[in-house]
Design a protein around this ligand. Structure first.
Ligand code: NDP
Length: 434
C-alpha cells in the first residue's frame, strides 16, 4: 500500500489471495527466502501510452492505453484487453494479478497479463471503434507476440474489436501467428471461444452441485450483465433446464418471473450484439419488470451468477441472497463480490466459486486457440467443448485438493488461491531469481 497508494482494487485482490495462502506459505520457508510475495505483488512491467484517434466529427481524441505484464513464470503473458471509461492502473493490475493464478489453474502453460484503455465504446460508430483499435495497436504491438504476450477480449472488447486489433497488429508485425485470441473463425479463431467463459462457469457450477447431489434442473438463477459472459451463461443454463429470471447492464436490471427462454435470449443476443441496445428494451418487449439503476440480487433465487463487473455484489446483497435461500454463487465476472460479501458466503458455507476458478473457461479456450494456431489446425466445436469440460473438472479437482474442509464443504476461495499460487511459486523458484 505504501508502494502503490490509491489502488484500492489492486489491494483488494492481493489481500484476498495473501490471506488464504498464509498457512501454506509458512510451511515453506524457501518461499520466503525467494521473497515470492513481493515478487508476485509487483508486476514484471507495465506499459502505458497515449492513444490518439480521430472521431466521426473530425475531432482529435486522446485516451490512455496500458498493458500490465504481471508474471510469465509458467508461459507467455496472457489476458484480455478492457475498454471502459473506468479503466485505470489499479483495475488492470488487479485483473493481471488474478489472471496469473487463474491461468495457473487452467492446466495450460500461460502467464498472467491484462491491458486496456479508458476509451468507452458506448455510442461510438463502427468506424470510430475501428480507428481507435488501430491507434491502440500502433503502440501495443511492440510489446506483444505469439510467444511473449497474447491479448484477448474483456469488457468492451469482443470479436469485432479483437479482429480490428489483430488486423493492425499483422500489418505492423508482418506475421500471421495469431497473437490475439478471440479472433474471427475465418482467420484462426477457435470454435466455442465466445461461449467459453459462460459455458465454463456453468460446468464449474455443475461440479459444485454434484458434491451435494443437487440437480440444476428447475433451479431459479439470477444472472447480472448482458454481455458476452452473461449471454452464454444464460444459454447453457436454459439448455440444462434452469430458470433464469434476471439480466442487467450498467443502467439497470430486468426481472422476468416466467424465465428467459431460448426465444427471449435470441432477442437479447440481437439487441446487445447487433443493435448494441439497452436491457431496458427487453422489459418493453416482454412486459416484465425493469429496475432502473438496480442490481438483481434482491430477487429470490437458488443460484446467483454475477457476470458484469468487479464489486457488483456487496455485503448487503450477500445477506439478502442468503436470506432468500440462495445456496450457490458462481462468479462469471472478475472479483464481482466485495470482501464483505465473500465473508458472508464463506460463513454460510454455501457453494461459492470465485471468478479465478469459475470463469477460467474463457482463457482456457484462448489457450486452446493458441495451440490450434501453432499447429495450424482447427478442432471441431465438440472437441473444444469436451476439452473445456475436462479443464473445468480439473480446476474443480485442484480447488478440492487444497480447499476441502469436509465431505460436503469445500472452501473454493482457499482452494483456488493455494492451487494457483503453488504452481506459480514452484515455477518461479525453479527458474531462479529474476
Ligand atoms: P461485456 O463488455 O461483453 O459485457 C459486460 C456487461 O457488464 C455489460 O452488460 C455491461 O453493461 C455490464 N457492466 C460493465 N461495467 C459495468 C458496471 N460498472 N456496472 C454495471 N454493469 C456493468 O464484457 P464480458 O461479458 O466479456 O465481461 C464481463 C465480466 O466477465 C468482466 O468482469 C470480465 O473481466 C469477466 N470475464 C470475461 C471473460 C471473457 O472471456 N470475456 C473471461 C473471464 C472473465 P453496459 O453494456 O451497460 O456497459
Amino acid at each position: 500500500k505504501r508502494r502503490f497508494p490509491n489502488e484500492p482494487e489492486y489491494h483488494q485482490a492481493v489481500e484476498e489471495v495473501l490471506s488464504t495462502i498464509e498457512e501454506v506459505y509458512n510451511q515453506h520457508p524457501e518461499f520466503d527466502r525467494y521473497n515470492l510475495i513481493e515478487r508476485l505483488c509487483i508486476p514484471d512491467r507495465i506499459f502505458s501510452f497515449r492513444v490518439t484517434w480521430v472521431d466521426d466529427q473530425g475531432r482529435v481524441q486522446t485516451n490512455m492505453g496500458y498493458r500490465v505484464q504481471h508474471n510469465n513464470a509458467i508461459g507467455p503473458y496472457k489476458g484480455g484487453i478492457r475498454f471502459h471509461s473506468s479503466v485505470n492502473p489499479s483495475i488492470l493490475k488487479f485483473l493481471a494479478f488474478e489472471q496469473t493464478f487463474k491461468n495457473a489453474l487452467t492446466t495450460l502453460p500461460m502467464g498472467g497479463g491484462k491491458g486496456g484503455s479508458d476509451f468507452s465504446p458506448k455510442g461510438k460508430s463502427d468506424m470510430e471503434i475501428m480507428r481507435f483499435c488501430q491507434a491502440f495497436v500502433t503502440e501495443l504491438w511492440r510489446y506483444i507476440g505469439p510467444d511473449t504476450d497474447v491479448p484477448a477480449g474483456d469488457i468492451g472488447v469482443g470479436g469485432r474489436e479483437v479482429s480490428y486489433m489483430y488486423g493492425m497488429y499483422k500489418k505492423l508485425a508482418r506475421e500471421n501467428t495469431g497473437t490475439f485470441t478471440g479472433k474471427g473463425l475465418e482467420f484462426g479463431g477457435s470454435l466455442i471461444r465466445p461461449e467459453a467463459t459462460g459455458y465454463g462457469n456453468v460446468y464449474f457450477l455443475l461440479e459444485m452441485l454434484k458434491t451435494r447431489g443437487i440437480d440444476l434442473k428447475g433451479k431459479v438463477v439470477t444472472v447480472s450483465g448482458s454481455g458476452n459472459v452473461a449471454q452464454y451463461t444464460v444459454q447453457k443454463l436454459i439448455s440444462l433446464g434452469a430458470k433464469v429470471v434476471t439480466m442487467s447492464d450498467s443502467d439497470g436490471y430486468i426481472y422476468d418471473p416466467d424465465g428467459i427462454d431460448e426465444k427471449k435470449l435470441a432477442y437479447i443476443f440481437e439487441l446487445k450484439n447487433l443493435y448494441r441496445g439497452r436491457i431496458r428494451e427487453y422489459a418493453e418487449e416482454y412486459g416484465c419488470k425493469y429496475v432502473e439503476g438496480g442490481r438483481p440480487w434482491g430477487e429470490k433465487c437458488d443460484i446467483a451468477m454475477p457476470s458484469a463487473t468487479q464489486n457488483e455484489l456487496d455485503g448487503d446483497d450477500a445477506r439478502t441472497l442468503l436470506a432468500n435461500g440462495c445456496f450457490a454463487v458462481s462468479e462469471g465476472a472478475n472479483m464481482p463480490s466485495t470482501p464483505e460479501a465473500i465473508e458472508q458466503f464463506l460463513a454460510a458455507k454455501i457453494l461459492y466459486a470465485p471468478g479465478k476458478a469459475a470463469n477460467a473457461g474463457g482463457v482456457s479456450v484462448s489457450g486452446l486457440e493458441m495451440t490450434q494456431n501453432s499447429m495450424k489446425i482447427s478442432w471441431t466445436a465438440e472437441e473444444v467443448d469436451q476439452k473445456l469440460k475436462q479443464i473445468m473438472h480439473d480446476i474443480h479437482e485442484q480447488c478440492t485438493r487444497y480447499g476441502k474442509e469436509s465431505d460436503t464443504y469445500t472452501n473454493y476461495v482457499k482452494g483456488a488461491n493455494i492451487a494457483g499460487f503453488m504452481k506459480v511459486a514452484k515455477a518461479m523458484m525453479a527458474q531462479g531469481i529474476l
